[in-house]
Design a protein around this ligand. Structure first.
Ligand code: PLP
Length: 363
């Protein structure tokens, strides 16, 4: 007996999520390049839809996000019955872990995978197993070798945050082919809208061919982070399980309507991808010298590697002094010599390059 309520075993062992910094020095205008938000804001159609319900905040949202599921199904060519929407994709990752992971189970992820996977796994009573990566890229062999009898889930962010690297459609198929049928493969395609690689697949085809694959998506990186909208596409039996435990009104109404318009505004999505690709290529080329390495990214950020942690920290401070807030990835991801820089407005991109090129880095 203890003299106060005690969380379930494991909860207090979870390392809390560390968000990117969002404040610069007093008096300096901050430009946030630390959270991979949209470089072009939100679709104007989505903003108008969000505002349209401001006068009716007393009304409960429709509980199944039907209007949004219908739009997603039409635009992406999917079955609306097999889509579940969530309060951000974090909500869905938690729900999947609650459904499939219990005490003594484990889940596998790759070494530099997204830092929410350990939280949802340990929160459900399981343990996370990290598979080593080769050159900051998930390794199919290592992920498969890490699977144990107690493995219930494998998480793959594709492309991955914070590295920006991805696995091709063929590699993901090979990963799936090597898993037992009772292991759920969760393909987190949070950055799908930004990918330009021709051999990439978002994962929906694999969902349709298999009974143990789920694709998770988000609107957060395409302009609606504040609205908290995520969605998943899965086999009917997984959708049924998740729907039994999700909050009955888990997606707010302004967000449902905004995301519906954002889904249908395919011109805006295309502009976002084109803008991002242009500046991602530019910053990659500009910074790939002076002892810096920019890891080839398919997302809306780049990971820049410095010769050591001290030089990465110095670069972080130099950028911060000019109001350019980027993401340190030492404490949360174990890449102490790296910084993650979101693709942002042109002036911010030029500022980052100017500052980093003015510094002297040594091997
Ligand atoms: C940002 C991100 C998410 C999404 O989060 P939301 O909860 O939808 O805001 C999911 N997965 C990865 C890999 C991400 O980087």
């Amino acid at each position: 007996m203890t003299n106060r309520p005690t969380p379930q075993p494991g909860i207090l062992k979870i390392a809390p999520y560390v968000p990117g910094r969002s404040k610069a020095a007093p008096g300096v205008t901050a430009i946030k390049l630390s959270s991979n938000e949209s470089p072009l804001g939100a679709s104007p159609r989505a903003i108008a839809a969000y505002k349209s319900v401001a006068e009716h905040l007393e009304i409960y949202p429709e509980g199944t996000s039907a209007v949004l599921r219908t739009a997603l199904a039409e635009v992406h060519g999917l079955d609306a019955e097999r889509i579940v929407c969530g309060n951000g994709s974090d909500d869905l990752l938690h729900l999947l872990a609650q459904c499939y992971i219990g005490d003594g189970d484990d889940a596998v992820m790759s070494q530099y995978g997204f830092s929410v996977y350990p939280i949802v796994t340990e929160g459900a009573g399981g343990s996370i197993i990290m598979a080593p990566e080769a050159d900051y890229t998930a390794s199919v062999e290592a992920l498969l070798a890490a699977v144990t009898e107690r493995t219930r889930m494998v998480f793959l962010a594709n492309p991955n945050n914070p590295t920006g690297t991805y696995l091709s459609e063929a590699e993901v198929a090979r990963l799936h082919a090597g898993l037992r049928p009772d292991v759920l493969l969760v393909i987190d395609s949070a950055y799908a809208e930004y990918v330009t690689a021709a051999d990439y697949s978002v994962g929906a085809d694999l969902v349709e061919q298999a009974e143990n694959v789920v694709m998770v998506r988000t609107f957060s990186k395409m302009g609606l982070a504040a609205a908290r909208i995520g969605w998943m596409y899965g086999p009917a039996h997984v959708v049924d399980a998740v729907n039994r435990i999700r909050g009955p009104f888990n997606v707010n109404l302004p967000g449902q309507l905004a995301a519906t318009e954002a889904t249908r505004d395919v011109d805006f999505t295309r502009r976002l991808r084109d803008y991002n690709a242009q500046w991602r290529d530019w910053i990659t080329a500009e910074l790939s010298s002076n002892h810096l390495r920019v890891v080839q990214s398919e997302a809306n950020f780049v990971m820049v590697l410095f010769p050591d942690a001290a030089q990465a920290a110095a670069a972080f401070e130099a950028l911060l002094a000019r109001g350019l807030i980027v993401r340190e990835i030492g404490a949360s991801y174990g890449i102490a010599n790296g910084l993650r820089i979101s693709i942002g407005p042109e002036a911010a991109m030029r500022g980052v390059v100017e500052i980093l090129k003015s510094m002297v880095f040594v091997q």
